[in-house]
Write a protein that binds this ligand. Structure first.
Ligand code: PLP
Length: 282
């Protein structure tokens, strides 16, 4: 398999970085994960726009246009004969003697992309997943898709330790998001999810869901909701690039309704499927 390192297509096994790469030492960089269905990228433009935005928000400037990035990722998919999977890409501030302050402008960023074959989580999409609730201990710029994921990792591991798929995080009484997903509730037919501000990542999947809701007259509210609303919800689901529209059937050992995927979640899964087919065929 192949990877792209700083604009060059090389063997995956040859893609190496220096021990003083700032991504390795400080997590000083940002990343993206893009889904590939049927050999085609889903919502590529949205992901690449977010990549540029995240990157520029920490003062790293990507030396390629979105069109150039798209083209090289398409080449990578073809080289790796990727049919169903993901592209991981990240940019760091580059290699420089270890020092917290940014290096001088002559240090160029390290940009890498590689692919992975990933099946769709069919079983979980059908029967739903279990979750735990925990305090959100992350920083206040969760809108940046930063490589610094310790808070997210600790949350995900706690969920895993309890035999669960995801941790639903909250700040005080307000639900924010999962460790690697956005969280939605459905109450009386209304789909509710946290507004995209500095406390959550503006999920590309979340935005697709909001758009299909609008297009199909499913009422939505993008606003903060509380732990109490979560507990009293008719349906709960999460969204992410790899989890798509994932039903949540249990929270902290308590079943959501009867512990079955709800009708609104099902409908959104169908509408999401249509978006995939529209962009990537079937
Ligand atoms: N929130 C966090 C913290 C994430 O890491 C992710 C993605 O992995 C998401 C939300 C969902 O974003 P997307 O739908 O763009 O994958």
């Amino acid at each position: 398999k192949y990877a792209i390192l700083n604009g060059k297509m090389i063997a995956r096994s040859e893609a190496k970085v220096d021990v003083e790469d700032r991504g390795y030492q400080f997590g000083d960089g940002v990343y993206e994960v893009i889904r590939v269905y049927n050999g085609k990228m889903f919502t590529a433009k949205e992901h690449l726009k977010r990549f540029v935005k995240s990157s520029e928000s920490i003062g790293i400037y990507i030396p390629y246009t979105i069109d150039q990035l798209t083209e090289s990722l398409e080449e990578l998919i073809e080289k790796n004969k990727l049919h169903l999977g993901t592209i991981y890409m990240q940019i760091t501030r580059g290699v420089a003697p270890r020092n917290h302050a940014f290096p001088t402008a002559d240090v160029s960023p390290t940009l890498v992309a590689y692919t992975k074959e990933v099946a769709r989580p069919e079983d979980s999409l059908n029967s739903g997943v279990k979750t735990i609730i925990m305090e959100d201990i992350r920083w206040l710029r969760c809108d940046i898709k930063s490589l610094n994921l310790l808070g997210n990792l600790l949350a995900k591991q706690k969920a895993a330790d309890e035999g669960c798929f995801e941790a639903i995080q909250h700040r005080g009484q307000d639900v924010t998001e999962g460790s690697s997903s956005n969280v939605f509730i459905v109450k009386n037919g209304v789909v509710i999810t946290h507004e995209s501000n500095n406390l959550i990542l503006k999920g590309i999947t979340k935005d697709v869901i909001l758009q299909v809701c609008t297009d199909n007259n499913v009422p939505v509210e993008e606003r903060t909701f509380t732990l109490e609303e979560l507990e009293q919800a008719d349906e709960v689901f999460l969204s992410s690039t790899t989890s798509e529209v994932m039903p949540i059937v249990e929270i902290d050992g308590k079943k959501v309704k009867e512990g079955l995927t709800g009708p609104v979640t099902r409908k959104l899964q169908e509408l999401f499927e249509r978006e995939i087919v529209k962009q990537c065929g079937n």
